[in-house]
Design a protein around this ligand. Structure first.
Ligand SMILES: Cc1cc2nc3c(=O)[nH]c(=O)nc-3n(C[C@H](O)[C@H](O)[C@H](O)COP(=O)(O)OP(=O)(O)OC[C@H]3O[C@@H](n4cnc5c(N)ncnc54)[C@H](O)[C@@H]3O)c2cc1C
Length: 404
């Protein structure tokens, strides 16, 4: 069996460009095909911010991108857990020996990953929405909505939680699961800066009726996100069809009495509101690959936003996939090795995030109990090392040979 020499990557979000760069490092030529016309668009949930954890930063370091992320990212070493009145329930300081997590604007992250890939000579084609594939024993041809096609030895689905490639690999694959929360962000709220105290601390607060997070940005302004319990499933398009002013009214009602969410939302305008839409996770998939097609990132294992790990896991997975294809000539055997390396870790992190989702949507009695127990738990069974050690300290040895 000839070694894989070329790859088509579907999706130019986070996993797409990172996989292309990692494959290049492994000596495999890849082209990225992205459905949207531009790289950093603010219209498809690409707005807002996300946090890259130390494990994601270390994985990017293997490709030489860590420094560029440091330039665009705000250091966020500490986390504080609060009740809705701003009373501290617990603190998780950054782990000793690790660099701080970095909070980045999603559009900046896309730009850096895109530019890094292009600088290595990788072709990223926009306006290429995959609609189907033709498979042959020695390669795959992708069909795009604009009528064009492209061929390579293998096809990699980095096309996110609503992956088309996943359905092409397995038409019976499970669908993303709604976790009962809608996500919102108030991006750049400069009017009353530092409502969150010193920069470098991410605050997670169990408000009376909804969960919220807030932090002071590098420029002194305050950023806020809200997770609103919403039992009825809703698509992103449906959520965005509701006027932002209506959502803002609902969020103000949900956060009445919450500190500092009430104050921030009082001064926010509908234009400041980012409707991220339903928070979802991918249930464990029976198959991450079939023949010459494989999944990477959210298409395979979206752990839900509550994990704070979706992007970091996508980056780790991209690099592990490239190592497997570098060392194992038969693509299906390489994909099996990749799935074996990644599945236990991604499923554990997703399962932990599912518990966090439940606590965010908890009723008043469960919340009161949590407020009582959390101060003790964060000093005993929920120390930062116990909560984040295995996740944040994970490192990939690029030089180690992967065995089938
Ligand atoms: C509100 C919210 C907050 C989050 N916060 C964090 C956080 O703090 N930290 C963290 O690590 N993660 C966070 N995440 C998760 C993180 O955003 C994802 O895990 C990450 O974006 C996954 O990257 P990806 O490249 O696999 O998928 P995506 O980023 O979704 O990229 C997929 C790409 O594929 C393209 N595409 C889709 N279909 C096709 C097609 N048919 N043809 C061609 N292209 C296609 C899309 O346009 C897109 O560009 C958050 C998610 C949400 C919703």
């Amino acid at each position: 069996m000839n070694r894989v020499e070329t790859a088509l990557i579907i999706g130019g979000g986070i996993a797409g460009p990172v996989t292309a760069s990692a494959l290049r490092k492994a000596g495999i030529e890849a082209t990225v095909h992205e459905a949207y016309d531009t790289t950093a668009n603010d219209t498809d949930g690409v707005g807002g911010a996300l946090t890259i954890a130390p494990n994601g930063l270390a994985a990017l370091g293997l490709l030489g991108v860590e420094e560029a992320i440091r330039d665009i990212g705000q250091p966020m070493p500490d986390m504080v857990f609060e009740n809705g009145r701003g009373r501290r329930l617990g603190k998780a300081a950054g782990l000793p020996g690790l660099p701080p997590s970095r909070t980045v604007r999603r559009a900046d992250l896309h730009r850096v990953l895109h530019d890094h890939a292009v600088a290595q000579g990788i072709r990223i084609e926009h306006g290429k929405r995959l609609v189907g594939v033709d498979e042959a024993p020695d390669g795959v041809t992708a069909r795009f909505a604009d009528g064009t096609t492209a061929g390579a030895d293998i096809l990699i689905g980095a096309d996110g939680i609503r992956s088309t490639v996943r359905t092409l690999i397995d038409p019976a694959a499970p669908e993303p699961q709604y976790v009962g929360l809608l996500g919102f962000g108030v991006g750049t709220y400069a009017a009353n800066g530092a409502a969150s105290g010193p920069a470098g601390v991410m605050h997670f607060a169990f408000g009376k009726r909804a969960f919220f997070g807030h932090w002071t940005q590098s420029d002194g302004s305050t950023a806020l996100f809200c997770n609103l319990p919403w039992p009825e499933p809703m698509t992103t398009a449906e959520a965005r069809a509701v006027p932002a002013a209506d959502w803002l009214r609902r969020l103000r009602a949900a956060h009445e009495g919450d500190v500092p969410a009430e104050e921030i939302l009082r001064a926010a305008t509908p234009e400041m509101l980012l409707v991220a839409g339903p928070l979802e996770l991918m249930p464990p998939l029976p198959h991450w690959y079939r023949d010459r097609m494989v999944l990477v990132g959210d298409s395979a294992h979206a752990p839900s936003a509550s994990s704070g790990q979706g992007a970091s896991l996508a980056i780790e997975g991209s690099i592990q996939l490239a190592r497997c294809l570098r060392d194992i000539p038969d693509p299906t055997t390489a994909f099996a090795a990749y799935q074996r390396l990644r599945r236990p870790r991604t499923e554990k992190i997703a399962a932990d995030a599912a518990k966090t989702n439940n606590s965010k949507a908890a009723g008043p009695v469960a919340k009161a109990l949590m407020a009582l127990l959390m101060p003790i738990m964060t000093k005993t069974v929920m120390t930062p090392e116990k909560m984040f050690g295995a996740t944040h300290r994970h490192r990939i040895d690029w030089d180690e040979v992967v065995l089938p």
